[in-house]
Design a protein around this ligand. Sequence first.
Ligand SMILES: NC(=O)c1ccc[n+]([C@@H]2O[C@H](COP(=O)([O-])OP(=O)(O)OC[C@H]3O[C@@H](n4cnc5c(N)ncnc54)[C@H](OP(=O)(O)O)[C@@H]3O)[C@@H](O)[C@H]2O)c1
Length: 226
Amino acid sequence: MTTLAIVGAGPGMGLAIARTFGSRGFDIALIARTKDKLQTLVDRLGQEGITAAAFPGDVMDRASLTDALDAAEAHFGGIDVLEYSPAPHSPVPGITLAAASEVTVDNLHPQIEYTLYGAVAAAQAVLPAMREAGAGTLLFTTGGGSVSPVAMLGNVNAAAAGLRNWVINLHNELAGTGVYAAHVAINTWIGDGGPPGFPTATPEQIAPLYWDLYEHRTRSEAVFNG
Ligand SMILES: NC(=O)c1ccc[n+]([C@@H]2O[C@H](COP(=O)([O-])OP(=O)(O)OC[C@H]3O[C@@H](n4cnc5c(N)ncnc54)[C@H](OP(=O)(O)O)[C@@H]3O)[C@@H](O)[C@H]2O)c1
């Protein structure tokens, strides 16, 4: 069996990516902070014939994140694909929005912890085994502002741009090793309730892009424009 671990697994992109890979034979490890919400997703996937299990962990608490990934690896016998896409739909301590001119070290630092350090910690939990096996996939998600910044998201975009830069660099360094890394920039609002006039897409419309990257293993980045 092959296993996908989703860090930041929620009812939007997390569930849609789980379904995309699960319907193609993957087991799914779901990681987020809230055990009950994860269990709901496990149950929904189970009803669709997809084997999933919950591993609570917090990307702001790197030890808990590493423990969750280690537990998932032990449970399923390995992690073949890592996908990183936490989103603070429920409050995350220290995470606030700041326009570009309002960015301070204090409001940027938690964004970097959340987006970049969490992703680096997740990758380091699985990369050594992938390198040893000469196989594996690492996918990291941000918003379109990582590529084309939006003034009102100054601190979010700066941290996401850091993640994007590192993932593209990782992609290049890993070329020829059998391990593949790529960045996904979602340049739409996901689901309902977006700002008027802003393009929207459903998680189900976006998730096939992840399978396409996994299967073709060529691009360092994909931008979803709707
Ligand atoms: N939503 C949008 O409009 C939008 C637009 C562009 C790009 N994106 C990108 O899409 C991805 C998210 O997709 P989504 O919005 O559909 O979200 P989702 O997959 O529905 O949910 C994300 C999950 O992340 C978990 N999470 C939050 N903080 C966490 C933490 N500290 N540690 C571990 N897990 C945490 C949350 O669960 P807990 O609260 O239980 O931890 C939440 O359920 C992100 O990469 C985001 O940058 C989103």
